[in-house]
Design a protein around this ligand. Structure first.
Ligand SMILES: [Zn+2]
Length: 269
């Protein structure tokens, strides 16, 4: 999961230093963050921002290493509950921004988009969604072909992510629109296609059965306090679509993290 607004904290402080002429360290290749990728995920927490001199700012992704409520996790050992808050998906048609984030195929909601996810009485606006291949969450020994993360960020900073596992099967026409309109260059937007898309088309039929736990962003800075809701029923996408997705980004999955004292709750049979 990648959330630009969180990373902007680092950008703003770096820009502030530059403007008053004390930015002596070499400019990082990425421009706004220490470079990370999936081949060095075990050391995300140790990546150093060489522009900074204060320890908390020198290691902006420290939570990836020292956090105790990290995502993804193995969902297999769910504690069954019949009293979970109901999920109510209220996504609407949007004319979104098709975005190549440099780490994933991503779709950003347009500025005035009104689509939401309700969890009980709490309402979360859909900010963006993006894809991982293979899946990040696993169920026992089972890894899925891919995983879709619907990221919801409220004005008060609370984050909820709806995860959808992907498996090979029938073609999904909404995914095809996304694949055909995602730029091939990293960190490139395609906001003006005028194409209408309802993110609801990327949900399986059953949205009642899910796993839930308290976790984190699965990409640096790995911030915690994220509410996770992973649907039990996978969404089917075709083999050709998986190949097209993987041609853009393959193996962009963080490995499962320790549950520590956490419990995965669920209403999955
Ligand atoms: Zn993600």
């Amino acid at each position: 999961m990648k959330i630009k607004s969180v990373l902007c904290i680092a950008v703003v402080s770096a820009c502030g230093l530059a403007s008053i002429g004390v930015l002596a360290a070499p400019v990082l290749a990425d421009g706004d963050e220490p470079h990370w990728d999936y081949s060095n995920q075990a050391s995300w927490g140790a990546l150093e921002d060489t522009r900074q001199t204060l320890p908390p700012l020198m290691f902006p992704h420290a939570t990836c290493s020292i956090g105790v409520a990290q995502s993804p996790v193995n969902l297999a050992d769910q504690a069954r509950s019949n009293s979970l808050n109901l999920l109510s998906v209220n996504y609407r048609t949007d004319t979104p921004d098709f975005y190549n984030s440099g780490h994933a195929v991503q779709v950003n909601s347009s500025e005035h988009y009104k689509g939401t996810l309700s969890i009980g009485k709490d309402v979360y606006p859909l900010t963006q969604f993006h894809f991982h291949a293979p899946s990040e969450h696993v169920i026992g020994s089972q890894t899925f072909a891919g995983e879709l993360h619907f990221v919801h960020i409220r004005d008060d900073g609370r984050i909820a992510v709806l995860g959808v596992l992907l498996e090979e099967g029938a073609t999904n026409s909404a995914l095809q629109i996304i694949l055909d309109n995602t730029p091939h260059s990293a960190k490139t937007h395609n906001p003006d296609t005028g194409i209408s898309l309802n993110p609801r088309s990327l949900l399986p039929r059953d949205t009642k059965h899910f796993y839930t736990y308290a976790g984190s962003l699965t990409t640096p800075p790995c911030s915690e306090g994220v509410g996770w809701y992973v649907l039990a029923q996978p969404l089917t996408v075709s083999a050709a679509q998986l190949a097209q997705l993987e041609a853009l980004y393959a193996d962009n999955n963080r490995v499962p993290q320790d549950l520590n004292s956490r419990v995965v709750t669920g209403n999955v049979k």
